[in-house]
Every structure is written in structure tokens, then in C-alpha cells.
Write a new protein. Structure first.
Length: 160
């Protein structure tokens, strides 16, 4: 039985990215001493999470496909609105000191709630970027892209 100790290296235990090994010495019939490294425990492979920008791109593509949207326009509007920054806030009102728009599609909360009810997707959350993308996909597929007037107009002109 192998015990891991603080002086494991002195005991011949070797660790690298693939696992834990131990050195073993063998004496060949010729008298030559041969040293080998024996694997005693491989490390478990772990999947890495995609960077957020890649997750967003994948989600946008998936929602565009789901709703049969022009991907370039749909993704282009999201990029125009927020540069894929899920914490973006916009439409600042100096008289109240507040932002009316938030998130990847810069929804106003009242518009988000209205679309959520109209779509029947009542469990969607305003502060979830995935839910904003889902609801924007529904909106675009229901001829409501004009709610993103400036970005939609600019992106459409670019990709027509």
C-alpha cells in the first residue's frame, strides 16, 4: 500500500499533469540495473468551460437557428447593442439618474416583461443574458425587431 507523505518525492513518488507515478528499479539478468516509472494513478480528465464570449456566440447561433432568423442580423444586433457585454447598461436618463436598458440586447424591463407575457415564456428572467437572447429571438421571429431600431437598421443595411 502506497502512502502519500510530505516527502513523497523522496519516497520516489512523481506527479505530473497525467497522473502519479513511482520509480521502480529492476535488475536485468546481465546485472544491469534498469529504472522504470510505473503509473499508479491517472488524473481524471476535466472539461474546461468555454469562455463567456464563446458561450454567448453559441447561444446566439442556437437561438437564431431555433427561430429561423438571419444569424448575421440577429447576432449583429446583439453586438451593436452590447458588444456581447452582458452587464452593459444604456439609455441613461439624467433627470432620474437611472439606466432604462440592460443586458446583451439592452431590453427595457417593461418591454422585456411585455414580450415575456406575449410569448408565454413567463419564467424568463430580465437579468439573465440567456433569457434575453431567447426572448429577443422570439421577438425577431414575430416582427418585433423594430424595437432595436438603430442597431437593427444599421445591421440590416450592412448584411442585405
Amino acid at each position: 500500500m502506497l502512502l502519500f507523505t510530505n516527502n513523497a518525492q523522496a519516497q520516489g513518488l512523481i506527479e505530473n499533469e497525467r497522473g502519479w507515478f513511482i520509480k521502480k528499479a529492476f535488475t536485468l539478468p546481465s546485472g544491469l540495473v534498469y529504472e522504470a516509472i510505473h503509473l499508479i494513478q491517472p488524473k481524471v480528465a476535466q472539461a474546461q468551460e468555454l469562455p463567456l464570449k464563446d458561450q454567448i456566440q453559441n447561444w446566439l447561433n442556437s437561438v437564431a437557428e431555433k427561430y429561423g432568423l438571419n444569424k448575421k442580423i440577429f447576432i449583429g444586433v446583439a453586438h451593436c447593442e452590447s458588444k456581447f457585454n452582458i452587464n452593459t447598461r444604456g439609455d441613461f436618463r439624467s433627470e432620474t439618474g437611472e439606466y432604462l436598458a440592460s443586458g446583451i440586447f439592452q431590453f427595457w424591463e417593461k418591454t422585456f416583461n411585455l414580450f415575456r407575457e406575449e410569448s408565454g415564456m413567463t419564467k424568463l428572467k430580465y437579468d439573465s443574458w440567456q433569457d434575453q437572447v431567447e426572448l429577443a429571438g422570439w421577438a425577431f421571429s414575430n416582427d418585433l425587431a423594430h424595437h432595436w431600431f438603430n442597431c437593427h437598421k444599421a445591421v440590416r443595411a450592412k448584411y442585405k
